[in-house]
Design a protein around this ligand. Structure first.
Ligand code: NAD
Length: 276
């Protein structure tokens, strides 16, 4: 049930993850990211998605710490970058992220990309951090089914989250179903197709029938599909309006109509052929 801005999906270890979060990729370190996080928390968002690669963990941490909210009410995600993958280097990268964030515990730590030959050692490091209680949940990002199955073979702890590119042009329903069968929570990155979602007439038409914006429709479609989502904006009005999606319900027919827009088209890199 999708009920309110602070509603959660329950991860397989029992941790409650707010299903709507703010993405901060390309939000500039310093004032820009701090303000974005401030506006999001003020609006009621309780989930912030950063990464060491984004270079803005310090600003995110400052905004969370200065929000006046109890620490346990804000869910903070970061990710280990590709060049830091491996067991020891991941442990070190995690400590650097924590120092920048200025937090005692991280809520979710992800393997950012499935770097071949490295991701299993990286995963062992995440298992260690989880067992040490330094992070409340661990997961992966950009793992296709074959990479996920390979990881699961040697894993002691099943990932709690898989964060993937997901939007009306890239549904990957098979992968979504597989993650669900493994109790791995799917989370959408680039849910607004990096801004391209606003060009689609069919979405404009459907959104109009509910009196909602395209962003609100698409984000609500994510949540009704059981997919957590982290739209990015650093503008106050957009941060606020993107979260105004708890006063309508998309019909089954319209859910199917949005699913049918799928073209298996990526706006980001392909997890099978990325080279960074
Ligand atoms: P997005 O789909 O969230 O789109 C963001 C773009 O849409 C921005 O240009 C923003 O200004 C614009 N926008 C947002 N709301 C709008 C509105 N209401 N009206 C008009 N324009 C609007 O793209 P994203 O930033 O790529 O993805 C979201 C988040 O996902 C990132 O910030 C990051 O946290 C995460 N992410 C993760 C990975 C990964 O590999 N794990 C990759 C990319 C992004």
């Amino acid at each position: 049930m999708i009920t309110n801005i602070q509603g959660t999906f329950t991860l397989h270890n029992g941790v409650q993850m707010p299903y709507l979060g703010l993405g901060v990729y390309l939000s500039e370190e310093g004032k820009e990211v701090e303000q974005a996080v401030h506006w999001a928390l003020e609006t009621g968002y309780r989930n912030i998605d950063t990464a060491s690669f984004y270079g803005n963990e310090a600003g995110v941490g400052r905004a969370v710490r200065h929000s006046g909210l109890p620490r346990e009410e804000v869910f903070v995600t970061s990710k280990v970058w590709n060049s830091d993958q491996g067991y020891d280097t991941t442990l070190q990268a995690f400590e650097r992220s924590m120092a920048l964030l200025g937090l005692d515990v991280m809520d979710l730590y992800l393997v950012h990309w499935p770097v071949a030959g490295k991701y299993k050692d990286t995963w062992r490091a995440l298992e260690t951090l989880y067992e040490q209680g330094k992070v409340r949940a661990i997961g992966i990002s950009n793992f296709l089914r074959h990479q996920l199955e390979d990881l699961l073979e040697g894993a002691r702890i099943r990932p709690m989250v898989n964060q993937m590119e997901f939007h009306p042009y890239l549904v990957q329903q098979d992968l979504l179903d597989f993650c669900k069968s493994q109790q791995i929570q799917y989370q959408a990155w680039s849910p607004l197709m990096q801004g391209n979602v606003f060009q689609l007439p069919e979405l404009k038409r459907i959104a109009g029938t509910y009196g909602k914006s395209i962003a609100q429709l698409v984000l609500r479609w994510n949540l009704q599909k059981g997919v957590a989502t982290i739209p990015k904006s650093s503008k106050e009005t957009r941060i606020r309006s993107n979260a105004d999606l708890f006063d309508f319900e998309i019909s089954q027919g319209d859910m199917a109509a949005i699913d049918a827009l799928d073209r298996h088209q990526r706006f980001g890199p392909d997890p099978d052929i990325f080279d960074f």
